[in-house]
Ligand binder design. Sequence first.
Ligand SMILES: [Zn+2]
Length: 98
Amino acid sequence: MTNPELRVADAIREVSVAMQRAIADGYRSRMIDADDLIEVLLSIADRLDPPVPDTTNHVGCPCPDCGTADADRLIWIDDDFVRCDSCGTIFDPTDGGP
Ligand SMILES: [Zn+2]
């Protein structure tokens, strides 16, 4: 059995390394604000307890580009086409179907 405190320590180390890399690569500023702090804390929580994808409102015709199947992220823009909120692809959900 793994020690839960070690898992917490590992999660904090992994997120810290990712943050340091992002700062070194110039993706992140050295100045942090409340939003950054919340993002870091949530990243640690996600490593310890990965969010379980909710598949209850998934559609049968996911986005052909990124695979998003969440009905809340696939928006009908007219009678024929759907826009994927995740990647912006517009597709015909009946195209290529059975
Ligand atoms: Zn998509």
